[in-house]
Design a protein around this ligand. Structure first.
Ligand code: UD1
Ligand code: UDP
Length: 363
C-alpha cells in the first residue's frame, strides 16, 4: 500500500487540498497522512475545522509578521523530521507557498518522490507574484508528478523541457466549491445588504503590501462613497501589515465593512451572491468565474491567463486611477458587466482530486 504524505500550511492550500485529502483518507488502497506547517494558524484551522480534517503532524511554526526566511527555516527543519519518522513513498505539495517549496525541498533531500498539485502556473517574473513564482518554478524542478490544472499550465511545463508525468486534471479549487456551495444559503451579511449590490474585496499579496495596497484601497473607498446602492465587504486577511494599511485608508469611516476572515463555506457562498469581486488572490480567480461574476484582479501579472482569455477576469494593476476607472466602467456599463456572464469557468469540472488519486495509485 502506498504511503502518501500531504503537506500544507496556509488557507488556500488547505481549501484546495481538502477535497483530495478527504478522498485519500477514505481510500482503502492508500495510507494517507497530513502534515501542516501552520504557516497560517487561525486561517488554516478555520478551514481544517470546516472540512473536519485532523493533521497527523502539526509544526505550528507561525510567528507575527514572519519573514519568508522565518517560514523557510522552520518549515524545512520540521518537515525533515516528519519525513525521517514517517518515510512516505510520495509527498504531495500544492501550488506556490513557502510551505510547498519547503515540502518539496525536504522530500528531495530525503530522495522521496514529490507530486505537485496545481503545477505549471507561470508569470515568468520571479518577483511577481513574489516569492510564489520562484517557489513554483523550483518545485517544478523537484517534482516527479506534475498535476497541471489546465492545458495552458501543461504547455508551460513542456516548454521548460519537462517531458514525463504531466497530467491535466483540472483545479481542485473547483472540487472544493462543489463541497461548499449551498443554494439555500443565508447569512446576516446578506440580510444587512438588502437590495444593495455587494462588492466583495480581498487583498493580501506580499508584493502589494504598502503603497500598491494603499492605492487600491483609495480607489475602492472612492467607489464606495460615490454609489448609494453599493456595499463593499472586506473579510480582511490576518496579516497585520495589511490591517495597518486598511486602517490608514478606510479609517473609522464606515464606507467599507471590514470583517474577520470568513470560513470557506461562508466566503464562497457570499462570493456566489456578489455583484463584483476585487481581489489580488490567486484562488479566487479560479473560483469566482463559476458564479459568472466580474473579477477585477488588482495585480500587475497573473499566472491565470485562462480566465483573462475566457473573459471572466480583468487585470487592473494597482494604480488608483486604473483600479477606479475599471470598476466605474463595469458598474456603469451594463453590456460590459454582462460580458463577464457569458464566459465559462476554464479551471475544471470538480473532479480533479479523483483524477489525481487514480494517477497516484497507478504510478
Ligand atoms: C501566504 C503565502 C501566499 C498565499 C497567502 C494566502 C508565502 C510566501 N506566501 O502569504 O502565497 O497567497 O499565504 O493567504 O508562502 N497571520 C496570522 N494568522 C493567520 C495567517 C497569517 O496572524 O492565520 C499573519 C501573521 O502575522 C503572519 C502574517 O500574517 O506573520 C503573514 O503570513 P505569511 O504566511 O507569511 O504570508 P501571507 O502574506 O499570508
Ligand atoms: N477565502 C476564505 N475566507 C475569506 C477569504 C478567502 O475562505 O475570508 C478563501 C477563498 O474562497 C479562496 C482562498 O480563501 O479559496 C484564497 O485564499 P487567499 O486569498 O488567502 O490566498 P491565495 O488564493 O491568494 O493564495
Amino acid at each position: 500500500m502506498k504511503k502518501i504524505l500531504s503537506i500544507i500550511g496556509t488557507r488556500p492550500e488547505a481549501i484546495k487540498m481538502a477535497p483530495l485529502i478527504k478522498k485519500l483518507e477514505n481510500d482503502p488502497d492508500v495510507e494517507s497522512y497530513l502534515c501542516v506547517t501552520a504557516q497560517h494558524r487561525e486561517m488554516l484551522d478555520q478551514i481544517l475545522d470546516i472540512f473536519n480534517i485532523v493533521p497527523d503532524f502539526d509544526l505550528d511554526i507561525m510567528s507575527d509578521r514572519q519573514t519568508i526566511t522565518d517560514v523557510t527555516t522552520k518549515a524545512l527543519v520540521g518537515i525533515e523530521n516528519v519525513l525521517k519518522e514517517l518515510k512516505p513513498d510520495i509527498v504531495l505539495v500544492h501550488g506556490d507557498t513557502t510551505t510547498a517549496l519547503c515540502g518539496a525541498m525536504a522530500a528531495f533531500y530525503q530522495k522521496i518522490d514529490v507530486g505537485h498539485v496545481e503545477a505549471g502556473l507561470r508569470t515568468n517574473n520571479i518577483y511577481s507574484p513574489y516569492p510564489e513564482e520562484f517557489n513554483r518554478q523550483a518545485i517544478g524542478l523537484i517534482a516527479k508528478y506534475h498535476f497541471a490544472p489546465t492545458e495552458d499550465s501543461k504547455e508551460n511545463l513542456l516548454s521548460e523541457g519537462k517531458k514525463n508525468n504531466i497530467f491535466v486534471t483540472g483545479n481542485t479549487a473547483i472540487d472544493a466549491i462543489h463541497m461548499t456551495y449551498d443554494e439555500n444559503y443565508s447569512h446576516e451579511i446578506l440580510d444587512w445588504l438588502g437590495d444593495n449590490k455587494l462588492i466583495l474585496l480581498t487583498a493580501h499579496r506580499r508584493e502589494n503590501l504598502g503603497q500598491p495596497m494603499e492605492n487600491m484601497f483609495k480607489a475602492i473607498a472612492r467607489i464606495a462613497e460615490e454609489f448609494d446602492d453599493i456595499r463593499v465587504v472586506y473579510p480582511i486577511h490576518k496579516n497585520p501589515v495589511v490591517r495597518d494599511t486598511a486602517r490608514k485608508v478606510f479609517g473609522e469611516k464606515d464606507i467599507v465593512k471590514i470583517i474577520e476572515p470568513l470560513g470557506v463555506y461562508d466566503f464562497q457562498n457570499i462570493m456566489a451572491r456578489s455583484h463584483m469581486i476585487l481581489t489580488d488572490s490567486g484562488g479566487i480567480q479560479e473560483e469566482a468565474p463559476t458564479f459568472k461574476i466580474p473579477v477585477l484582479v488588482m495585480r500587475d501579472t497573473t499566472e491565470r491567463p485562462e480566465g483573462i482569455k475566457a473573459g471572466t477576469l480583468r487585470l487592473v494593476g494597482t494604480e488608483e486611477k486604473n483600479v477606479y476607472d475599471n470598476i466605474m466602467s463595469i458598474l456603469k456599463n451594463q453590456s460590459e458587466y454582462d460580458s463577464f456572464k457569458n464566459a465559462t469557468n476554464p479551471y475544471g469540472d470538480g473532479h480533479a482530486s479523483e483524477r489525481i488519486i487514480d494517477i497516484l495509485k497507478n504510478c
